[in-house]
Write a protein of this length. Structure first.
Length: 367
């Protein structure tokens, strides 16, 4: 009996053990899955935190980059106000991408000088602040005509403007024509400016302009801690001297024959011979003309009508044939009674007749 009871017991226990084992395995698997899931969740959370941190660092780096780019842009814009972009472009065209002290290149271009007539007496009527306001207002109006004609301002010298015309995609003819057109546009700008000044009861402003085309040296000068870009050469000196002739000949745009020739000006611009002059420091004389496109139509026609007589009178003056020179200048004055150029040459002939001239005198006037 006891054997019959005990005999099936191992089978029963085996069943219980098997069931318990199955349940334990299931529980262990669930626990393992939960552990893996929890571990994965932790890893995912850590990855997300890392991504957020990385994104935050990237955004911070991007902002720093933008700030530096903005600062570089501001510095570049400030730099351009002191060093014209055209200077940098010029050096780049000649194989240099940086401005280095002592850099020098030779080139041919047109140089324009302009300044205000009777600036000293005009400035004496102003306070220092009024003078600065006036100059800035004036220079602002001078800038656009120059830039519009492929030029750029190299320097402000007191009340004077020195501009260069170095059209990077143009020919030498283009450069010379650009300078002449800029001079005419400067005159138109001054006329508009004077209308504004008249409405405000301010004294009117008049300017003189000199233009020359020729070879120059473009480079950088100065020291390690203070550098400037500039152009030097005989052509710069000539342009400066021509501007100074404007009041002497009672005109406003004086230009060299070399510039007119380079510009192929015949049939494009209107001009008249002024004189043959020799500037200080040069042995060769310069033939100088006045541009008259912008002048009153009647005045322009009268000047063109007596231009040939002025030229013939100058030829006779060169030969020291004073009587014929005076006759031609007088005939020019008869055509245009108000012609200050004809009057100037008549007075000059009278002075030269009383002067001792060199045997090799070439007919030019030393200025």
């Amino acid at each position: 009996m006891l054997e019959q009871v005990l005999q099936p017991l191992p089978l029963f226990l085996l069943v219980i053990i098997a069931l318990y084992t199955i349940v334990l395995i299931v529980l262990l698997r669930k626990t393992a899955r939960l552990t893996v899931s929890a571990s994965t969740s932790i890893e995912n959370a850590q990855q997300i935190e890392q991504q957020i941190a990385h994104q935050s660092q990237s955004e911070e780096a991007l902002q720093q980059y933008k700030d530096k780019a903005d600062e570089a842009m501001r510095l570049n814009q400030t730099f351009r106000k002191f060093v014209p972009k055209q200077f940098v472009d010029h050096f780049a065209k000649h194989g240099s991408e940086t401005l280095e002290l002592g850099r020098a290149d030779e080139d041919e271009l047109a140089i324009l000088f302009s300044d205000i007539r009777d600036f000293t007496s005009l400035s004496e009527q102003m306070s220092p602040q009024e003078l600065m306001n006036f100059l800035n207002s004036y220079f602002l109006r001078m800038n656009e005509p120059i830039h519009k004609n492929n030029g750029f301002i190299d320097k402000f010298i007191g009340d004077a403007v020195m501009a260069l015309f170095d059209n990077p995609t143009g020919t030498n003819t283009d450069k010379a024509q650009d300078a002449i057109r800029a001079a005419l546009d400067l005159r138109y700008a001054i006329d508009l400016y004077n209308q504004h000044r008249a409405n405000c009861d301010y004294p009117l402003v008049n300017i003189g302009i000199g233009i020359h085309f020729g070879p120059v040296i473009i480079g950088t000068v100065g020291s390690d801690d203070r550098m400037d870009t500039t152009v030097i050469g005989d052509s710069v000196n000539i342009a400066f001297r021509l501007e100074a002739l404007a009041p002497k000949y009672n005109t406003d745009i004086v230009i060299s024959a070399q510039t007119l020739h380079q510009a192929e000006a015949k049939g494009i611009f209107e001009y008249r011979l002024l004189d043959w002059v020799r500037v200080k420091g040069r042995k060769a004389s310069i033939e100088v003309y006045e541009i008259i496109d912008h002048q009153d139509t009647n005045v322009k026609q009268l000047k063109l009508s007596n231009a040939a007589l002025i030229e013939q009178g100058l030829d006779y003056r060169k030969q020291q044939n004073w009587q014929q020179a005076i006759t031609h200048f007088q005939q020019a004055l008869d055509i245009y009674p108000g012609d200050t150029l004809a009057i100037h040459h008549l007075e000059q002939c009278a002075r030269l007749q009383q002067s001792e001239l060199a045997e090799d005198w070439d007919g030019s006037i030393l200025l």
